[in-house]
Write a protein of this length. Sequence first.
Length: 318
Amino acid sequence: MAAGSFEGQYVWSPAADDRALARACMDVRAGRYLSAHEVLREAREDFEVRAHRSLVLASVAADSDLAERWLAEEPGPDAALLWARVAMLRALRMADAGDRRQGALARIAQSACERAAKLLPEDPTPWVAQLALTRLDRPQDPAPQGLLTAPAGPWYLLAHILRLDPWHREAHHRFLSFFFTRYGGSSSASWDVAAFLSQRAPATSPLRLLPLVALVEDYNPSALLADHAWEQPQWISAALSIYHHWFPRVAGYRFTPVLDLAYLAHALFMAKHEFEAREVFTAMGPYASRMPWSAFGDPEEQLTKARRSCGLPVPHGG
């Protein structure tokens, strides 16, 4: 589904062109959960959409009591999932803030995830929420064969999720982030895991973007020639392969995968492949994500710089 034309302003909403999700987010802000129930129930058979919608809705609901109220008034698998997602986000936010309440919130979140998993056992989303929480307690399962650094981590939980959905996008990204330096991992481990997971995936999968995500995560502006890393042959080859194999499939998606497109457009732009980057930006229409741009400065300024370099319109006065 095309994102539509660019009309002079970026749209930063993570709902992007999922109109039903955007309406549900508005209702959640107003304290109503009926439309949230509808969009989650409708996506019970589409795990990617269900994961995305539940995360976006939880980010809106996390600062209110809506999830708790919905679960109390109309308990069910969709209410339980939103509560698990909200509890997960609260625990992670507390951990990132260094708040000593993080342990208690993590236990609440774990319990909420377990409840949601029991209500809809075939849904990987509650398990993915548990995977997100592992960066707080740092499980150390042995790595499978094939990784140079053999980094220990939540491999058993990942294996369970992949039995439910072998190419689950968020699961792979959550698992990779466990190894990020800022969460107690290391650059060598994150490189190793990104390469291992992406090489397992089909050439047409957005999971081939994982090494480019690790590259952005590892970006150090003070390092010599840091901005030229994307011009190395291996990264040019990776970006062009994704452009040729995955990008043509985006037109058939139910909703525009804005974040994945942003990483691809960024990599192509940094590799000085403006023609290909221009096509990716065009497919995004007005929709924008803060990552990967925020790793390099103000996200709007960085996105505008890249679009202008590709000969595309930018916000008025940008």
